[in-house]
Design a protein around this ligand. Structure first.
Ligand code: AMP
Ligand code: GLY
Length: 426
């Protein structure tokens, strides 16, 4: 079976690698993919942009693609699933209506309020003066969020009212995020520990993925600016059995039911970003409508079930007839980023040592690199994710760190404390 995967980052590298391990797949085309993704067994990259729906659908028809899987959020929010379905093509992902859960933070907040799904208190503003008046009536810390998609950069956790006011001004008056910030959500700061709770949903039934956790802050100790994620691991021990059940009952099932009852069933990967407080109460920080990046890299290392079977069962609404199995081992991935990340990216610096890291038993997934002959160079903000398995998180981290130690380029940035919370719980 020929499968088309949309995207080209580290998450899609891990997804392509896993799809290729299935006996059911004969070929995986990745659009646009990357040089490194194209080196995987069974995989070839096709030079079609993720937003060129007509060209993607034409390719899927010409190549008799059995089904398409979508990695990133932007084409989902822009309606790629609706487009493919209108062309009679099978595709795994939420419709534009369901993808609003990630596409608009105001939509997600209103949705949670309406359906009694636990989340932070909030208010939504388009007017700068009204937003400032609200901030002055509420104690810091406050969290300011651009409504639309901003590649993980549209959130400011403001420790003071002044920082909150500046954030609102930059989003509403100075349009720092363009249209995405023409509407802002201001919400209560939730203390606690974050975790990523991902479920595969077929519109009615769901199969939860193993728990995972990423580190969003750029620097060690979870300090510095927010990024797309500097590393991730699975399982996340903060999600014990009772929190797992609480999340399924109070968050996941009500979300699935609400979309089903609205006539816009959610089909795809539902990613619930959680904050778990000191009393083990879980609240939703954000929804995403796709797999996490970099959570997918350790998750795919642990997935023991056939990924193609799971994708097909989701499209066919048959997840209730399947189970999902995870390796008992733990997995951890460390992101190697450009020195300037997240403010900037890097291009053309020579990367050394990737094959040495792979030889140690790590799997190096590429997020932003180029390969020209024998030379591998940087080509992005997040460049690589060095991922490893171990008998526990500590062992997985030790191996991933050894892999990272082999890899260099002039201005490389990495965190050395990925997984510290999980290790402290061992
Ligand atoms: P989001 O894009 O909504 O996930 O926000 C990005 C990051 O900001 C989250 O992963 C959290 O670390 C932080 N954050 C967002 N909302 C809150 C909140 N209400 N309380 C505490 N931290 C938050
Ligand atoms: N790692 C966070 C995300 O994928 O949104």
């Amino acid at each position: 079976m020929h499968i088309l995967l949309i995207g080209g980052g580290g998450r899609e590298h891990a997804m392509a690698w896993k799809l290729a391990q299935s006996e059911q797949s004969t070929a995986i085309s990745v659009a646009p993919g990357s040089d490194a993704i194209g080196l995987e067994n069974k995989v070839k990259c096709v030079d079609i942009a993720a937003n060129d729906f007509a060209a993607l659908a034409a390719y899927a028809k010409k190549e008799s693609v059995s089904f398409t899987v979508v990695g990133p959020e932007v084409p989902l929010v822009d309606g790629i699933v609706d487009y493919f379905q209108s062309e009679g093509l099978r595709i795994l992902g939420p419709s534009a209506a369901a993808a609003q859960l990630e596409g608009s933070k105001a939509f997600a907040k209103d949705f949670m309020q309406k359906h009694n799904i636990p989340t932070a208190h909030y208010a939504t503003f388009t007017d700068t003066e009204k937003a400032i008046a609200y901030i002055e009536q509420h104690e810091a810390p406050l969290v300011i969020k651009a409504d639309g998609l901003a590649a993980g950069k549209g959130v400011v956790v403001a420790d003071t009212q002044e920082i909150a006011v500046d954030a609102v001004k930059s989003m509403l008056s100075e349009q720092a995020f363009g249209d995405a910030g023409s509407n802002v959500v201001i919400e209560e700061f939730l203390p606690g520990e974050e975790a990523s709770f991902i479920v595969l949903v077929d519109g009615e039934h769901s199969l939860p993925f193993a728990s995972s956790q990423d580190h969003k802050a750029r620097n060690e100790g979870d300090s510095g600016p927010n990024t797309g994620g500097m590393g991730a691991y699975s399982p996340a021990p903060v999600i014990n059995d009772s929190i797992h059940q609480q999340v399924m009952d109070n968050i996941v099932q009500p979300t699935i039911d609400a979309f089903k009852n609205n006539g816009t069933p959610f089909i795809g990967f539902l990613y619930v970003g959680l904050m778990i407080d000191a009393n083990d109460v879980a609240k939703v920080v954000e929804y995403n409508v796709r797999l996490g990046d970099p959570e997918t890299q350790p998750l795919m290392m642990r997935l023991d079930s056939d990924f193609v079977t799971l994708c097909l069962a989701t499209i066919d609404g048959e997840l209730d007839q399947h189970e999902i199995n995870w390796s008992k081992q733990s997995a951890l991935g460390v992101v190697l980023a450009a020195g300037e990340y997240p403010a900037g990216s890097s291009k053309g610096e020579t990367i050394l040592g990737i094959s040495d890291a792979n030889a140690l038993g790590c799997k190096v997934f590429h997020a932003g690199s180029r390969i020209e002959g024998s030379r591998i160079t940087t080509n992005g903000g997040r460049v690589l994710c060095v991922t490893a398995l171990g008998n526990n998180i500590k062992e997985a981290k030790e191996l991933a760190d050894k892999g990272c130690d082999k890899i260099t380029w002039p201005a490389m940035h990495r965190r050395r404390d990925i997984g510290y919370r999980a290790i402290a719980r061992l």
